[in-house]
Design a protein around this ligand. Structure first.
Ligand code: URP
Ligand code: ZN
Ligand code: ZN
Length: 473
């Protein structure tokens, strides 16, 4: 007897869409085929709908002290919001500062995340590279956390990794099967521009984006790619926004270099005109929002395989945190100073609907490609495939049922992220998750959350050496 049958849905993988039933037993996918309803304790009819592997969100920052703020959600609320967005596994970063053991920080993070209703993984983070910290990379890989982020900017905030640190970490990662994740913005360009704005007293939201232009990101991207080529290691570049960076990635891919590229749905749907608005501070994130032309370049990157993964880079700061360090003038308007705004946008719940709608409904990509960039490829690159990222016998029964006919107007009122605004307010989507199953348990159904606080399990990961040796999955 199965615990659950998801019947008659179109089961999606990156390479196929097959109408069949999915049988679930003890939290795992037991079989795919055609079954009688009486063979299971519970049946969900997915006729007319798509059945995808649960989304994997490998890029978010929850309860992460940054620029004086922490975020509105704890990890349980974050998992609720994630589940409504079809996410069944998420990963967050250890809170690391100079002098702190990265492994200890990873273990602390895992503990904090244990209140989650969905499975969770942890990434390390490096801000320095003394020998004892470099030695920890081996232990991180053993602990099941083989991915770690480094920032190429934010020197003043004390979180930037300098070039020597990048090189040391790249070398060690190559030796032990780790995957460095890079935030690519050139610090010299960003900080000299910011200092110039400060000298001139030109601190508008618009100038934030001007301080960190496309070439600021593309220069750092190219440096990271060349350093990785020199070392011969794989890298993953997060939140990529522009054609110049993608062209660098294409040149690397042509040589077989394992440079994995992520973009986020906000760069596909929101643009730098938001910074012209009075409340443009709510849209401050790094790299900044770009232009519709760059959005087209990103879609080309998704279509031709230059971009293999998406991440929401979710930072759920409410208005009180975004505006904590700015004041209004006597005219009732904000005295604009972009250096006082915490960087980051909310988006974990909207990633899948935005990609279904902008991608599949608008004919840019197939639902199979959406499956790849929201789940399968992420599970592969981050080292948790085929436990995650696929609906196949033996895999965790992490499933999202999608209704491509369902239309929704995005708004703060329909999201579950604990904040009082939505940058996508009024944005129409066609194609939505309607039920989410995590480890065989139905955790979202009929617009209701049915999951359990603390039900999520720590995900030990290990990356296939083939993905680290050569580009491709
Ligand atoms: O603005 C952003 N993206 N904030 C979150 C931290 C990061 O750089 O990913
Ligand atoms: Zn970043
Ligand atoms: Zn991030």
């Amino acid at each position: 007897m199965y615990d659950l049958l998801v019947k008659n849905g179109a089961v999606v993988s990156p390479s196929s869409t097959i109408t069949c039933d999915v049988a679930v037993k003890d939290g795992k996918v037991a079989a795919l085929g055609v079954f009688e309803a009486k063979e299971a304790s519970r049946v969900i009819d997915a006729s007319g709908k798509y059945v995808l592997p649960g989304s994997v969100e490998a890029h978010m920052h929850c309860q992460a002290p940054f620029q004086g703020c922490l975020g509105a959600n704890d990890f349980f609320q974050q998992s609720v919001s994630a589940a409504f967005g079809g996410v069944t596994t998420f990963m967050d970063f250890a809170n690391v500062f100079k002098g702190k053991s990265v492994l200890e920080a990873v273990k602390e993070r895992a503990k904090e995340m244990s209140i989650s209703a969905i499975d969770y993984g942890v990434h390390g983070k490096f801000v320095e590279s003394p020998p004892e910290i470099i030695a920890e990379i081996d232990e991180l890989v053993q602990f099941g956390t083989p991915t770690f982020k480094m920032f190429m900017t934010y020197k003043k905030e004390g979180v930037m990794s300098d070039d020597e640190t990048l090189l040391r970490i790249f070398k060690k990662a190559k030796a032990v099967g780790g995957l460095p994740m890079l935030h690519c913005e050139d610090n010299a360009i960003a900080e000299s521009n910011i200092e110039e704005c400060q000298r001139r007293g030109e601190m508008s939201w618009v100038n934030f984006a001007k301080c960190k232009p496309v070439l600021c990101e593309a220069a750092a991207f190219a440096k990271a790619v060349y350093l990785a080529e020199y070392v011969g290691c794989a890298i993953l570049v997060v939140h990529t926004t522009n054609r110049d960076a993608l062209d660098t990635a294409r040149r690397a891919h042509a040589k077989g270099q394992p440079v994995y590229v992520e973009t986020g749905p906000h760069y596909l749907t929101l643009f730098d005109d938001l910074y012209e608005k009075e409340d443009g501070y709510l849209a401050i994130c790094s790299p900044p929002l770009r232009t519709p032309a760059e959005k087209d370049a990103l879609w080309e990157g998704i279509q031709d395989g230059t971009i293999l993964i998406t991440g929401s880079d979710d930072c759920t700061y409410d208005v009180n945190e975004k505006s904590a360090f700015i004041k209004k003038g006597s005219d009732g308007k904000w005295i604009q100073d972009f250096t006082k705004i915490v960087n980051g946008l909310s988006g974990i719940e909207t990633r899948l609907p935005i990609l279904l709608s902008e991608g599949v409904s608008k004919g840019r990509v197939s639902i199979n490609r959406v499956c790849a960039i929201t789940s399968t490829n992420i599970a592969k690159i981050y080292g948790c495939y085929p436990k995650k990222g696929v609906i196949a016998p033996g895999s965790d029964a992490d499933i999202v049922i999608v209704d491509m006919d369902k239309e929704l107007t995005l708004s703060k009122d329909v999201l579950h992220n604990n904040i009082s605004y939505c940058l996508h307010e009024g944005f129409q989507v066609k194609g939505c998750p309607v039920a989410t199953i995590a480890g065989g348990r139905v955790i979202v159904e009929n617009g209701e959350f049915k999951g359990e606080k603390g039900a999520g399990r720590f995900l030990k990961r290990s990356i296939d050496p083939a993905y680290l040796a050569r580009y491709g999955l």
